[in-house]
Design a protein around this ligand. Structure first.
Ligand SMILES: [Cu+2]
Length: 229
């Protein structure tokens, strides 16, 4: 009996045959390989950086209460979005507090009334049209926000009352402080879109979008200039 040694060429074809038996086509094999690679990448510790933002107006003055959101090109992380603040807008001293609240899409927001007078909260905004008749002190009602976007709050009784709820679909969101600054921590590294929203920002939907390169570790600082009404 003659023992035949396989050449490299033979082995190549053996692999080709094996693959064609295992997978219906090379495309399927490729898809499986890519899915495996993606799973391996997902298992690695996330490469993430911190993004420091400073929002200023055309004159270079700080813009407070601007909402900054970041959407990584690779997609936002899966799972529920949680912020360290309460999904709550208090009515106190005939005002909404906070004046601008960021909530994750799907959040139920409570509207406790801490005033002695009645309020009647409403919104005509496209992402959430609703009205809540609030009565008396320490009574509360809630509303669930199911569509991302900006919601302007008003009160039927007090015209001076104005508030905003920004419903977001990314965990990378923050509001600027009195100095126009904010820090978004643990943002997925790589290319991303940075969106700045403010009720007086002069642009479609009151928002401006910028390209962003998020470092895989460490921190970057970005100054954003916007035009206000
Ligand atoms: Cu009111």
């Amino acid at each position: 009996m003659v023992k035949k040694r396989f050449t490299v060429f033979d082995q190549y074809w053996r692999i080709r045959v094996y693959r064609s038996l295992t997978f219906s086509s090379d495309t399927d094999a490729m898809k499986t390989a890519l899915a495996f690679a993606a799973a391996m990448l997902a298992a690695l510790p996330a490469q993430a950086g911190n993004v420091g933002i400073r929002v200023v107006d055309a004159a270079g003055k700080p813009v407070a209460d601007a909402v900054v959101t970041i959407h990584p090109a690779s997609g936002v992380p899966t799972g529920p979005i949680r912020f360290p603040w309460a999904n709550q807008v208090v009515q106190k001293n005939i005002a909404f507090n906070p004046g601008t609240l960021i909530v994750p899409v799907g959040a139920t927001v409570t509207f406790p009334n801490q005033d002695k007078v009645r309020h009647h909260v409403y919104s005509f905004s496209k992402p959430a049209k609703f009205e809540i008749k609030l009565f008396g002190r320490d009574e509360s009602r809630s509303y669930t926000f199911r569509t991302p976007g900006a919601v302007a709050l008003g009160c039927n009784i007090h015209d001076s009352m104005s508030g905003f709820i920004k419903v977001v679909d990314t965990p990378f969101a923050a509001k600027t402080n009195a100095t126009g600054g904010t820090l978004v921590e643990g943002v997925t590294g790589g290319k991303a879109k940075l969106t700045v929203w403010h009720p007086r920002l002069r642009a479609k939907d009151n928002e401006a979008v910028f390209d962003l390169d998020v470092p895989a570790s460490g921190e970057i600082a970005k100054r954003i200039q916007i035009v206000m009404r």
